[in-house]
Design a protein around this ligand. Structure first.
Ligand SMILES: Cc1cc2nc3c(=O)[nH]c(=O)nc-3n(C[C@H](O)[C@H](O)[C@H](O)COP(=O)(O)OP(=O)(O)OC[C@H]3O[C@@H](n4cnc5c(N)ncnc54)[C@H](O)[C@@H]3O)c2cc1C
Ligand SMILES: NC(=O)c1ccc[n+]([C@@H]2O[C@H](COP(=O)([O-])OP(=O)(O)OC[C@H]3O[C@@H](n4cnc5c(N)ncnc54)[C@H](OP(=O)(O)O)[C@@H]3O)[C@@H](O)[C@H]2O)c1
Length: 526
């Protein structure tokens, strides 16, 4: 515990986290305790899967986690990136579980993986995780229960797919790459690389490019070039600014969006306003969160260039520098950028949900156009949490194409909503009167499309955190059958009362001779 006198803010932060843990963390099951049905299959052992599993077992539901990678990949993408990687947003916005205890505002990779591992152990999930088990196929048996890969893996009443937003490192082949005499690495593979006194070229203009810039600067590189094909908004690494932006309840660009855009240009970009996107609104894509990048560019240590790569040369890259507003592949001025190391900050392949039944991918309700962006309308017992789709690729003709819930957002993929989505699924599984019919899920999707009609993106291609809270409120708190669950869904406490009501309803249905034998996958409610 930090000293309240020497580090008052750190002390306060620890007290707040202790309170959150004490109030909101469900008790782990006792060692050897037998958990009952409904039983849930969780696909992926990253922070979303582990956190979701801890909520399930903490509320008495049995789980089985299936992880494609080996034990060393517990923690998902965070187990695979550089030791220097860490959060850009404040850890207060990355509380993926109420029991997480961050030491400071911006934990690094090692601290994040250790928090995930501790959570996994605390909730007794070691014996409930199957590593080296990629899920390739999911189907229903004759009773409507889910089978994962094959029947010997067990049968499940619900599924949480937590396959993440970043799969394998993406390394595009660039013209004449083989003639380059220097070294080429992906941005996630920089541990131990020597950059001191060298010239580093970073390809890409996303969050990984900014991290590579930080790495190179920390390693005392002589010069760093960022070669960005398209402009993205950068917002300061300031918790208050980040939270304020995520409070846009409209979840998209509005007639007022020029206000934060102008403030960012005047007070954050300042002399570097040229780097701010012209034709792309702030609330249309996930912004990068970083403040150092501006200082590095101002100091001349780094140069941020907008344009297109023409080819590699022996000692660098031939690059067509474009002026602001000129579209990709438009006219520009060719420049030879010399470098010793090229870092491909070109992103990651998107993890696939192709193992789910095809019925989940039918237009106009293909992802991300799902109920609460997470539940496919055909199957209320499937919850796909924190998964990503490039908006232009929503088709299922071949196995290379992926789909998702999380497209672009101002918010975070590691927070409160993991628990909320998990508890919504638990509610659907335990209370038939709350489980929505396909028809009504589709109507909610249509309504959201209408409400976001004037947004420049499709309704579900961008959202903000407050918009999520509105969705939850609308679908849970003001629904006559679900409102009894609202406190539980939002905070993870107060499970007893709705459970008792459901037991009484079940008894009544039995006494009336009504069929209670439907599967957890059949919706009954609105
Ligand atoms: C360097 C870096 C920094 C980041 N920083 C932030 C940040 O500051 N804020 C933020 O919000 N996000 C950030 N992200 C995004 C990050 O992906 C998420 O925050 C978070 O780690 C996602 O966790 P997850 O559990 O959903 O997915 P992952 O951590 O990707 O875990 C998914 C797991 O599912 C497994 N899996 C996939 N498919 C299958 C299958 N078919 N069968 C079985 N298992 C499968 C994978 O092997 C993997 O272990 C960052 C990403 C990177 C790469
Ligand atoms: N600490 C953090 O917050 C942090 C750090 C790293 C990653 N992340 C998260 O991880 C995810 C991935 O981020 P990322 O930066 O790795 O990937 P990304 O956001 O997909 O960005 C990849 C960048 O590479 C460019 N690019 C791709 N292929 C290219 C090519 N062939 N030639 C030239 N440029 C090319 C892209 O340009 P176009 O845009 O024009 O396609 C884009 O600028 C995001 O969700 C991000 O938020 C977060």
């Amino acid at each position: 515990m930090e000293s309240p006198i020497l580090h008052p803010f750190a002390f306060l932060y620890q007290i707040i986290q202790w309170l959150i843990n004490t109030i909101f963390s469900p008790d782990p099951p006792a060692p050897g305790e037998k958990l009952g049905r409904p039983k849930i299959a969780i696909i992926g052992a990253g922070l979303t899967g582990v956190s979701a599993a801890s909520h399930c077992v903490g509320h008495g539901f049995d789980v089985q986690i299936f992880e494609a990678g080996p034990r060393e990949h517990l923690g998902g993408i965070w187990s695979k990136v550089n030791n220097t990687s860490g959060l850009q947003i404040h850890s207060l916005m990355y509380r993926f579980n109420p029991s997480v205890k961050w030491k400071g505002g911006y934990p690094n990779r090692e601290q994040i993986v250790s928090q995930i591992t501790e959570l996994w152990k605390r909730y007794g999930l070691e014996s409930k995780t199957k590593f080296n088990t990629p899920v390739e196929k999911v189907y229903q048996d004759e009773k409507g229960r889910w089978v994962i890969n094959k029947t010997s893996e067990g049968r499940f009443d619900g599924i949480i797919a937590a396959v993440g937003t970043c799969g394998d490192a993406k390394m595009p082949h660039i013209t004449k790459q083989e003639v380059f005499k220097g070294e080429i690495y992906h941005s996630s593979d920089l541990d131990g690389k020597q950059a001191k006194g060298k010239s580093i070229i970073v390809i890409g203009g996303g969050a990984s490019a900014v991290e590579a810039l930080e790495f190179a600067s920390h390693e005392e590189a002589e010069k760093i070039y960022i070669l960005a094909r398209s402009d993205k908004w950068i917002i300061p690494r300031n918790m208050f600014v980040n939270i304020a932006l995520s409070l846009n309840i409209f979840g998209g660009q509005t007639i007022f969006s020029w206000i934060p855009e102008l403030l960012l240009k005047k007070f954050f970009y300042r002399d570097l306003e040229d780097l701010a996107p012209t034709h792309k609104g702030l609330f249309t894509g996930t912004p990068m969160v970083n403040s150092d990048v501006m200082d590095k560019v101002r100091s001349g240590k780094a140069e941020w260039l907008r344009g297109d790569i023409e080819s590699f040369t022996q000692d660098g890259i031939k690059f067509n520098v474009r002026a602001k507003g000129v579209p990709v592949d438009g006219p520009g001025k060719v420049r030879i950028i010399k470098g010793d190391i090229v870092v491909m900050a070109t992103g990651y392949d998107r993890p696939s949900l192709n193992f789910l039944p095809d019925s989940n991918f039918e237009e106009p309700y293909a992802p991300p156009n799902w109920y609460l962006q997470t539940f496919p309308p055909q199957h209320p017992s499937i919850c796909c949490n924190n998964w990503y789709v490039p908006p232009s690729k929503i088709k299922k003709e071949n196995q290379l194409i992926q789909y998702s819930t999380y497209v672009n957002a101002i918010g975070t993929v590691g927070n409160w909503h993991i628990g909320i989505y998990t508890r919504i699924l638990l509610m659907f599984l335990s209370d038939p009167l709350t489980r929505p019919r396909t028809f009504w899920m589709q109507r909610w999707i249509d309504m959201t499309r209408v409400l976001k009609k004037f947004a420049p993106t499709n309704a579900f291609d961008f959202f903000t955190y407050l918009e999520l809270v509105w969705w939850f409120t609308f679908c849970i708190a003001i629904n006559p059958f679900r409102c009894k669950w609202a406190f539980f869904v939002f905070f993870g406490i107060g499970h007893g009362l709705p459970r008792r009501v459901v037991d009484a309803e079940d008894k009544l249905r039995h006494s009336l001779g009504m069929n209670n034998g439907d599967t957890c996958d059949v919706g009954k409610s609105f």
